[in-house]
Every structure is written in structure tokens, then in C-alpha cells.
Ligand binder design. Structure first.
Ligand code: PLP
Length: 305
């Protein structure tokens, strides 16, 4: 019997009590959407901090709206359930939280219409580093990013991650650590599960939300820290592939990936081939904030205990 607890349909239950029907639309067609959230453990304070919980649940509700999947909870209620769930699991380590909203219906058509069987599940597990690295070797994938007119990446739809998986498969088989997507138009988009930044002549540049990216919550934090703490100009604009090659720095941002330097793109060394100064400073600021150590940003963190 697992001692892991999950939130399912309005209550916290033992994980073993939840199963998914093999005929469900979620399983057969990937009809669902999800979030990825972290809670950071601070050993000194013996405290666990949910990071930007409200923003994640607001994004989940926006995804649900776009996908026509109504659920009976507010963002605040989902935050409260998450805190209860972390307490119930008694986690005293950095933790990954995965809320999923999915179609439980076993009707045959892959329809979002006329079906209100929307299930809400939240599970969590310890996760320290997503990838242990000093810098990622990346390559542009030959798979293009799905566009907003096909399968909107903004909705964090379950089915969309097949696109991510194909890009990752390709570059891992070719010996790289992570993929970079281009849009159908050929602009730099994002990674399979993270946003991308370039540093060029002292400016921080990142693809705009209209270039089919997920509007990353870590991306917002990085832009805010660059402007307010490092006094760096932040530019959201389309980026050409070869700009990556002659950038001073490239790095990823994301809940799982956190702030992680990219040291190689398509076998071209980026900058010095080591983590750049801007990435380093942003990474350090970011980790301080996630552990509730910066009073200016303490409101980003929800203490669990
Ligand atoms: C495709 C994609 N882009 C970007 C991100 C980064 O978003 P966030 O910083 O909100 O985790 C994620 C992770 O959720 C993602 O899956």
C-alpha cells in the first residue's frame, strides 16, 4: 500500500485509490491539460515554500477555459488543496507538484463538446534537479513547434507534449542534452519544456508570446529580475536561429529546468562555453527567492508548514 497521497475530485486520498479508465478520452486522445509547480525546501528554516502557486493555478484555469473543460474550483481553492496535500505527504524536500485536469468520459468520439466529466487530480513527488549540469549542449530539432492554430502551446495541453517528446527523442538520439524548437515560420520558439533567453550586447532577448510559446511563469520572473535587480533591458521579439550562435549567452527557464545555461547550440559554442554572468546572477537571485530568502519577493512563496 503506497503512503503517497493525492488530491482527486475534491478530496485527499491514498494514491492507490485512484485509477484511470482504459477507455477514457484522456488516455485515448490525450484530452486534458496540466501544470508543473515546485515547492522548495529550505533546510535552515525547516520550511517548504510553494512557488507562485496562484499563478500556476490561474494558468491551469485559463487552459481549462480554452479547452472547454470547466472545473468547480477557484485558483485559491486549488492553492489551499495543494498546501494541504503537501502537508499530508509530510514532504521535507524540494517537491514537484503536478495538477492534471482530464476527460474521464469513455464516450468514443474525441469530443470536448457535451461532456462535463472533467476530473481534477494533483499528485506530487520529490524532485531536486531536473538535469544535473553545468551547461546544456543543445540542438535545433527538425520537428517544428505546434502553433496556436493547431494545438495551442499556451494551454499546456496533455496531447501537445508528444511534440515535445519527438523533439527530445531526436536530439537525445543525436547525443545532445536538450532540443530547441523553431516555429513553423522558422523563428526560435522554446525548448520542449522550457522557455529560452539570449543575452546579446547587454540586452536580454526572448521570443514573444505570439511566437507560440508557453507563457512561462519562470520566464516572467526572469524578466522581472533582469529589469528590476540587474537593470538590464529586456526585449521580447522574434529570434532567428543563427542569432543563437553568436549570442553572448543562452539559457533556459522553467519550473522543472529552473534557470539553466546553454553552452552549445548545433555544435557551436555559445559565448565562452561556460555559464555567462547574466545567467549566473539571475540563477542565484532566482534560487534565493524560491526559498523565501528575499523579502521583496516573499509573496511569491507560500509556506506549507
Ligand atoms: C513547453 C514549455 N515551455 C515553457 C515552460 C516553462 O514554463 P514555467 O516557467 O511556467 O514552468 C514549460 C513548463 O511548464 C513548458 O512545458
Amino acid at each position: 500500500m503506497s503512503e503517497s497521497y493525492v488530491f482527486y475530485q475534491g478530496e485527499i486520498v491514498n494514491e492507490n485509490e485512484v485509477s484511470i479508465d482504459i477507455r477514457s478520452k484522456a488516455f485515448n486522445y490525450g484530452l486534458g491539460c496540466f501544470e508543473g509547480i515546485r515547492a522548495y525546501w529550505d533546510d535552515e528554516e525547516q520550511q517548504l515554500y510553494g512557488f507562485k502557486l496562484k499563478e500556476h493555478y490561474e494558468r491551469l484555469l485559463q487552459s481549462c477555459k480554452a479547452l472547454y473543460m470547466d472545473i468547480p474550483y477557484t485558483a485559491q481553492e486549488l492553492c489551499d488543496w495543494t498546501v494541504d496535500l503537501l502537508k499530508k505527504n509530510n514532504f521535507k524536500t524540494t517537491t514537484y507538484i503536478r495538477p492534471v485536469v482530464y476527460k474521464g468520459s469513455t464516450d468514443l468520439p474525441p469530443s470536448l463538446y457535451g461532456d462535463d466529466d472533467n476530473r481534477v487530480l494533483i499528485y506530487c513527488h520529490p524532485l531536486d534537479k531536473y538535469i544535473e549540469t553545468k551547461g546544456l549542449r543543445t540542438a535545433v530539432s527538425s520537428w517544428r513547434r505546434i502553433s496556436d492554430t493547431m494545438l495551442p502551446p499556451r494551454t499546456k495541453a496533455t496531447a501537445a507534449y508528444l511534440n515535445s517528446a519527438l523533439a527530445s527523442l531526436e536530439v537525445l538520439q543525436n547525443g545532445f542534452d536538450e532540443a530547441i524548437f523553431l516555429t513553423e515560420q522558422g523563428n526560435v520558439c522554446e525548448g520542449p519544456g522550457e522557455n529560452i533567453f539570449l543575452v546579446k550586447k547587454g540586452k536580454l532577448i526572448t521570443p514573444p508570446v505570439s511566437d507560440h510559446i508557453l507563457e512561462g511563469i519562470t520566464r516572467d520572473v526572469v524578466m522581472e529580475l533582469a529589469k528590476n535587480e540587474l537593470n538590464i533591458e529586456v526585449v521580447e521579439r522574434s529570434v532567428a536561429r543563427t542569432e543563437l550562435y553568436n549570442s553572448d549567452e543562452v539559457f533556459f527557464s522553467g519550473t522543472a529546468m529552473e534557470v539553466t545555461p546553454v553552452i552549445e547550440v548545433d555544435r557551436r559554442i555559445v559565448g565562452t562555453g561556460e555559464e555567462g554572468q547574466v545567467c549566473k546572477k539571475l540563477r542565484e537571485l532566482f534560487f534565493d527567492i524560491t526559498k523565501g530568502r528575499n523579502p521583496k519577493y516573499a509573496h511569491y512563496c507560500t509556506p506549507v508548514y
